[in-house]
Design a protein. Structure first.
Lengths: 229, 70
């Protein structure tokens, strides 16, 4: 088969990829169990949690899971290269790619912790004097660290990755502001009950994850590469 | 993401030189994902990146990229 024929040949769905999905599912379930176990130990009762709290826990676990997986993969340069380029990547990840990957994992883990903290603070911790203020201070510090890491990622990103991020934000804002406008109008007319900032935030973050996932799947490195096979 | 408005021969040119996407991305100073997105015509490169590609392949830009309509 010639080079150019190879270039255009479709790549079959790999068994390895399917195994990865399975492993990811099992790891995610284990992480979710561990987080909920921690919540129970802090006397955070599921009965006292709102739908927004459940959503926040799901978002937090998702971010934590992806962040920890990204961090673990960054130690295997060949595996990281396959994640970036596709299953047939020839060159291992460069030190710069490893650094970026670890920085991404830091932002994800911090985001996960920030989403979980307000929910966890509702349990036995809230009975301790000044604990809510201390937790909020902790969240503010984590937020500052995460913002710095995000700025570093933005500065190191190329035109394609910046465009992908901007598109994710634009789609999230477009859909989010439309839904928020309709809800706000209905709320102002007294047709529906008011929503809290926490509820709006969890919905927005869910929308952001969904948009980011959709765009990532559309732009995944899936094309065959004759030179690497 | 919006489909690219330009057709390109990047994959063929890269194959002729036996470069992987990773190698080409290092030569151009962009991410592997960017090369993949350009090759699969999901992303049109900026003018500046298109000029860098033309310089690297020693070809005029129009030998690498052509408008969809042509």
């Amino acid at each position: 088969m010639s080079v150019l024929q190879n270039v255009n040949s479709p790549r079959p769905m790999s068994l390895k990829l399917a195994t990865r999905f399975m492993a990811g599912g099992v790891a995610g379930a284990a992480l979710g169990f561990a987080v909920m176990k921690s919540a129970t130990s802090l006397h955070v009762s599921p009965k006292s949690m709102t739908w927004a709290d459940f959503l926040a826990v799901w978002i937090g676990i998702t971010y934590l899971g992806i962040g920890l997986a990204t961090y673990a993969i960054s130690f295997n340069r060949k595996e990281l290269a396959r994640n970036l380029e596709g299953m047939e990547a020839r060159l291992p990840a460069t030190p710069s790619e490893v650094r970026t990957s670890r920085l991404q994992s830091v932002t994800l883990v911090l985001a996960g912790i920030m989403m979980l903290l307000p929910v966890f603070a509702m349990g036995s911790l809230s009975a301790i004097p000044n604990m809510r203020e201390l937790i909020f201070l902790g969240i503010a510090i984590l937020f500052a660290l995460q913002t710095s890491a995000n700025v570093m990622l933005w500065r190191g990103a190329d035109e394609f990755l910046r465009r992908l991020l901007l598109l994710t934000c634009a789609v999230t804002f477009g859909i989010g502001q439309a839904l928020l406008f309709l809800r706000a109008a209905a709320e102002h007319l007294g047709l529906v009950a008011p929503v809290s900032a926490w509820e709006i935030l969890t919905l927005m973050m869910t929308l952001y994850i969904a948009t980011g996932t959709w765009l990532s799947i559309r732009n995944r490195p899936g094309s065959s590469d004759c030179l690497n096979s | 993401m919006q489909e690219a408005l330009l057709k390109n021969r990047l994959r063929v040119l890269r194959a002729e030189r036996e470069w992987s996407q990773g190698e080409l991305s290092q030569k151009l100073g962009v991410s592997r994902q960017a090369i993949n997105a350009i090759e699969t015509e999901k992303h049109d490169p900026s003018l500046e990146l298109a000029f860098r590609m033309a310089k690297l392949f020693k070809l005029p830009i129009e030998k690498i990229f052509t408008p969809e309509t042509e």
